[in-house]
Design a protein around this ligand. Structure first.
Ligand code: HEC
Length: 347
């Protein structure tokens, strides 16, 4: 470089550097077509087609979940938001910490393992929601968590399929600035949220979402545990046992070498106990007749399953018949969960 040009080049250097920095800061803005004002929330989508249909209109590229024994259906939706199932045990919490996550948001009913999570530098926030949709205070708590606590966030329910992905979708909108259509599409096409939970889809498509001013004004201290009593508490226990039984049923009731401690008859014995406790709850007297009938049948059907499981035959020929009978008895229990939920939980 001729020596006369050198001062000019030096003078221009800061300008160039500034330009590079500015371009860098503006690049990589996800969903940039919608997030024009920082922190603005998109307006509810107009009525018409169902939110589930909206979630199917823009095809997303196929993404497979990260699935392991102790951590199911994990999707990294963005730098900031990971959606998945409940972490089972310390190893799973370590995996979450290894993803760089700082805060775990549970929207499931079960009390989180907050002390173990803290060992890995993870903060737990508990906002249990329903399958029927996310109401106003819950939306405020979820949005406030995303806006005011340290990310990245791991958002989970029990299986990481329905309620968790809906809460994660709120994070995608308020934190990442994606459109409601995109957030709903991720629930349906990636996480596999069922069409049955129309209320969860409607929340993402059409519920008013809190603005930054709303969440700032909302006073709430991010509790790490909310404990339930009564029917909801019973359901949390029932669902975990039911999961074990379904897994054993899929293995034709053979012991799982990864969980040699899981014994089908012992699990069912516990299930019978919780259903009986639930049936005896005082709140049960106020329930409609069909509700009470499903609860009675649940006790009877789980007792029938227990009777079958306690008498495995010795011969191979009989064993196949027994396996089939146990699976049918287990399906009969599940049928009552589905029937009661359809009317009293999902809508
Ligand atoms: C007689 C009705 C009835 C039966 C039978 C029933 N449930 Fe429920 N379940 C409910 C209701 C009602 C709720 C919602 C409770 C609430 O949110 O207050 C619920 C909630 C749940 C929840 C959500 C808990 C949470 O995190 O808030 C799960 C999971 C669940 N049930 C699993 C099951 C399974 C599995 C079975 C069968 C083995 C079953 N339930 C049988 C009525 C029933």
């Amino acid at each position: 470089m001729p020596s006369t040009l050198r001062p000019l080049a030096l003078a221009l250097l800061p300008v160039l550097l500034l330009a590079v920095l500015l371009i860098g800061a503006c690049g990589g803005d996800e969903g940039g077509e919608t997030a024009t004002v920082p922190g603005a929330v998109p307006a509810p989508l107009p009525p018409g087609v169902t939110a589930y249909e909206i979630a199917g209109t823009t095809p997303l590229e196929k993404v497979a979940p990260d699935d392991s024994e102790d951590l199911h259906n994990v999707f990294r939706l963005s730098e900031n938001v990971v959606s998945g199932g409940e972490p089972h045990g310390e190893e799973a919490l370590k995996k979450i910490a290894d993803m760089g996550v700082k805060t775990i948001l549970s929207v499931d009913g079960k009390t989180p393992e907050e002390k173990t999570a803290a060992k890995y530098g993870l903060r737990y926030v508990h906002v249990p929601i329903h399958y029927s949709g996310i109401d106003v205070p819950e939306r405020l708590r979820i949005a406030k968590t995303f806006r005011e606590l340290e990310g990245p966030f791991y958002v989970h329910c029990f299986h990481g399929r329905h309620r968790g992905p809906a809460a994660a979708a709120i994070g995608r909108i308020v934190l990442d600035g994606v459109s409601r259509e995109r957030a709903a599409a991720e629930m349906r096409q990636w996480c596999g949220t069922s069409k049955k939970y129309a209320g969860l889809y409607e929340t993402i498509a059409r519920a008013p979402l809190p603005t930054p001013a709303d969440t700032q004004a909302y006073s709430w201290d991010f509790p790490s545990a909310h404990e339930f009593e009564g029917l909801r508490h019973a359901m949390i226990g029932i669902s975990r046992i039911h999961d074990h039984l379904q897994a054993l049923s899929r293995r034709s009731w053979a012991v799982d070498p990864n969980h040699p401690d899981l014994n089908a008859a012992n699990e069912t014995d516990q299930l019978v106990g919780i259903f009986k406790t639930a049936k005896a709850l005082s709140e049960m007297q106020r329930k409609p007749e069909d509700f009470q009938a499903w609860m009675r049948e649940s006790v009877e059907r789980s007792e029938a399953l227990l009777a079958t499981l306690r008498e495995p035959p010795t011969g191979t020929a009989e064993h196949e018949v027994w396996t089939q009978a146990a699976t049918e008895a287990c399906d009969a229990v599940s049928a009552r969960c589905t029937a009661c939920h359809e009317v009293y939980r999902n809508q």
